[in-house]
Design a binder for this molecule. Structure first.
Ligand code: ADP
Ligand code: TPW
Ligand code: MG
Length: 583
């Protein structure tokens, strides 16, 4: 035999060691263990190359994996889970489009200050960077980086524990936010001796250590507060998130200062509390002389401090994020720090100050509340057929009043605005809505995230357009048998069903959807319970039954096609069209 034509094997060629499952592990195990070491109990996601086995291994190590039909919805669930638990909600996605589908939710979480980590599989850097057309090749880190609170890439299995710990700290410390963790195929597939991997795991110390405000800042705020004749606390979802419910109650009740809750802070103090100025938005804007922003931003939802606001008022802002101060209006007394620490210091200072509230201020707000409530009752009272948003809400209100334990998820235009006004909240963090960006399509994912986080009943009230963005997640609700009742307020359109196509060519108008669609049948198709209701009585019965059943249910609440106006309450933000348009 002549072997001379074959290249000789060089004597010193490195022979890759065959991994031995007894002593070696892959990066995927390191990742699952690192998540566990950081207290992650649940992951939301959608699998495929290269992360399928990661999800399997997470289940093996005791982390729940909630598998979705669309990454964005898994992200909405993770974000809501993060908001409700103060732990980072974790989203797992595949590379390229899966990553991008999920990133919309991660960015939305960041905008809303919800702690969330998107972990995405990503292709090998070598081929991505040379644009060599590798499988699902995309420079995901560069794509995510400008829009998230922090973004890290892990290329080697031995860096995974540190990468996860950094992502967790970034998500939950300071102002919470959306974080991106790029997990390359070499990191996940790389082999590392178990003993070495075990040494690399660590539990981060104080991942969200409270930051204390400067004592002088607290004193300055207390002085201004004590001088106020018509003060008000504006409670935001940052206050709700921080879980300082009792301290907030103490500060409000000890000072006797009224409060106004932003939509997701409803229930932080009961909506029907004697100091609630929930119905007095305009009066507060026009008359309050000292406005205390408590984990609330002076953003578009508060006219950015312009418009109706009293030009001579002064702001105290309690916030963890220094760059939020003076964002739209000069803040006379900023107190930068964790709200729990700030409230402790304010409560400790309180005996040193005497409030000088105008004795007519609270009674005037209370008198206004009585009138505003009459106005709401008058809207709720009529019983037209078909139903309107308001007559349907009368039914929902009566049932939900008996179930303060329900977490309410709310999105839509009229469906959002009217539900927020009609339904009182009695417990903190029981209302989740489309929030700072007013985005549609958060409902299903958020409902699932809330059901997993609380283990309790969840009811959604969603417009038919809003529901349409994420309706397929009825599949997830049924597969995980979650106690979610979806209520679709079906007026057959974005805002309503009466839009007129300006060319009259037979195409539907841009806002027109399916007035006779039977959304209840979608839930039935996946094994849940469907209800179709046309009267408030039928709706109340269905809602009561669905909540009591604890089963995934969907109630198609048939409204009139002309119920609802364009953009709900915020039509003023639309640019003028100059020609008459029927919406
Ligand atoms: P809303 O929409 O209810 O008005 P925002 O989302 O606009 O509320 O504002 C929430 C604010 O709360 C953010 O500016 C954020 O920095 C702040 N925040 C979040 N967590 C804390 C905390 N633990 N302590 C103090 N402020 C916080
Ligand atoms: C991601 C624009 C704002 S409100 C809305 C849309 C499409 C739906 C309103 O109709 P719905 O409620 O839900 O049926 P109702 O009661 O008024 O009929 N895409 C995204 N976000 C937003 N905000 C839009 C579009 C929008
Ligand atoms: Mg609608």
């Amino acid at each position: 035999m002549d072997n001379t034509t074959k290249p000789a094997t060089p004597a010193a060629a490195p022979v890759p060691a065959t991994p031995n499952p007894e002593v070696d592990m892959t990066g995927m195990y390191v990742l699952a263990n690192a998540l566990k070491a950081n207290g992650v109990e649940v992951i939301f996601g959608l699998v495929g190359i290269p992360v399928t086995e990661v999800a399997y291994i997470c289940q093996k190590v005791g982390i729940r994996f909630i598998s979705f039909r669309f990454e964005q919805q898994a992200g909405m669930a993770a974000a809501t889970y993060g908001y409700l638990t103060k732990k980072p909600g974790v989203l797992l996605t595949v590379s390229s489009l899966g990553f991008m589908n999920g990133l919309t939710a991660t960015i939305n979480a960041n905008v809303n200050c919800y702690p969330m980590i998107q972990i995405s599989g990503s292709s090998d850097r070598v081929a991505v960077d040379l644009e060599q057309g590798t499988y699902e090749g995309l420079d995901q880190l560069a794509f995510a980086k400008p829009w998230v609170k922090a973004a890290y890439r892990v290329n080697r299995p031995q860096d995974i524990p540190l990468g996860v710990a950094r992502a967790v700290r970034a998500a939950i410390s300071g102002r919470p936010g959306g974080v991106y963790l790029d997990m390359t195929v070499p990191a996940m597939g790389g082999i590392i001796p178990k003993a070495e991997a075990a040494k690399l795991q660590f539990e981060p110390v104080d991942p969200a250590s409270p930051v204390y405000p400067a004592p002088d800042a607290v004193k300055r705020a207390m002085e201004l507060l004590a001088s106020a004749k018509k003060p008000v606390f504006l409670l935001g979802k940052g206050a709700a998130y921080s879980q300082n419910d009792d301290k907030i109650k103490q500060l409000i009740e000890k000072t006797g200062i009224p409060f106004y809750p932003m939509s997701m802070a409803k229930g932080l103090m009961p909506d029907n509390h004697p100091l609630s100025a929930l119905s007095c938005r305009s009066m507060i804007m026009e008359e309050a002389d000292v406005v205390v922003l408590v984990g609330a931003r002076l953003n578009w939802l508060l006219s950015r401090g312009h418009g109706k606001w009293n030009k001579d008022n002064k702001y105290i802002q309690l916030d963890i994020e220094p760059t939020e101060i003076d964002c739209n209006q000069p803040i006379a007394a900023p107190v930068v720090g964790d709200l729990g620490a700030t409230l402790d210091m304010m409560l400790a200072e309180l005996p040193n100050y005497k409030m000088s509230i105008d004795p007519k201020w609270v009674p005037a707000l209370q008198a206004h509340t009585v009138e505003a409530n009459k106005y709401i009752e008058a809207k709720l009272a009529p019983n037209p057929s078909p139903m309107t948003h308001w007559s349907a809400l009368r039914a929902a209100r009566a049932v939900l009043a008996k179930h303060p334990e329900v977490t309410l998820i709310n999105e839509g235009a009229n469906t959002l605005d009217d539900t927020r006004d009609a339904i009182d909240m009695m417990q903190p963090r029981h209302r989740i809505d489309c929030a700072t960006w007013a985005i549609m399509g958060m409902g299903a994912g958020s409902a699932i995230g809330a059901a997993i986080a609380t283990g309790g009943p969840v009811v959604t009230i969603q417009g038919d357009s809003a529901f349409g963005f994420s309706g397929m997640e009825v599949s997830t609700m049924t597969r995980f048998n979650l106690p979610i009742t979806v209520c679709v307020f079906n007026n057959g359109g974005i805002y309503n069903n009466i839009g007129v196509n300006l060319s009259n060519d037979g195409d539907p108008a841009p806002t027109t959807l399916n007035l006779r669609a039977r959304y209840d049948k979608m839930m039935e198709a996946f094994g849940g319970v469907g209800y179709y209701v046309t009267t408030p009585e039928e709706y109340a019965t269905a809602l009561e039954t669905a909540i009591a059943s604890g089963k995934p249910s969907l109630i198609d609440v048939q409204l009139a096609g002309d119920s609802g106006k364009e953009s709900g309450h915020i039509g003023y933000l639309n640019p003028e069209p100059l020609i008459p348009i029927t919406v």
